[in-house]
Design a protein around this ligand. Structure first.
Ligand code: HEC
Length: 161
């Protein structure tokens, strides 16, 4: 009886430690580490980081084009620019890169692309700039949500504080 109790205590302790490790791995997978600024650093190769940052600058350009076109009432340009930043833009991502991204990061990223597809559809069905700009405002939440939680780093480099 006493031995059985001891064994179950040990088994439970090992299980609890295992759970702790799993929980830590979910929050910080091997290529994700905490940063002093409170965000999580996603570690990529230098080329992958350049690619992602290039895509980011493309997204900001899309936002600029959409605002300008919407205020001019040019819904065709809103639609074309939004479609280009939609899911088609995510199709070229390599499996190696996607495999390094935390699930939440990936979900936010795909959410942003899908929101651009939705914006393209909206633009095809309205002449009202405020409808487009309102939806764009909501879409920008996916940018700011991700930026407040993540930054990018380069694999194998010393951690910068
Ligand atoms: C899934 C996460 C995610 C989403 C969604 C996202 N970003 Fe980013 N973005 C990042 C990360 C991470 C960085 C790098 C920040 C760092 O390392 O400090 C970044 C950087 C940028 C940069 C700087 C690029 C450079 O060359 O340094 C711009 C501009 C940018 N994002 C625009 C946007 C815009 C606009 C949107 C929405 C339409 C958006 N991002 C959505 C994660 C995201």
């Amino acid at each position: 009886m006493k031995l059985g109790y001891k064994i179950s205590l040990i088994v439970n302790l090992v299980l609890a430690m295992g759970l702790g490790v799993v929980a830590y791995m979910i929050v910080f997978p091997p290529n994700v580490e905490p940063h002093a600024d409170g965000r999580s650093v996603v570690l990529l190769s230098a080329d992958e980081r350049n690619l992602v940052l290039g895509e980011m600058r493309g997204l900001l350009e899309t936002v600029q084009v959409v605002i300008e076109a919407a205020t001019e009432g040019d819904m065709e340009t809103v639609s074309t620019a939004s479609t280009a930043a939609g899911m088609v833009a995510a199709e070229g991502e390599s499996a190696a890169l996607l495999g390094k991204l935390p699930i939440e990061f990936m979900t936010l990223g795909m959410g942003a692309h899908k929101a651009f597809d939705a914006l393209a559809l909206t633009a095809q069905g309205t002449d009202d700039p405020l409808v487009v700009l309102g939806e764009l405002g909501g879409l920008l939440n996916s940018c700011t949500n991700c930026h407040s939680g993540y930054r990018l780093g380069i694999e194998g480099e010393d951690k910068e504080e």
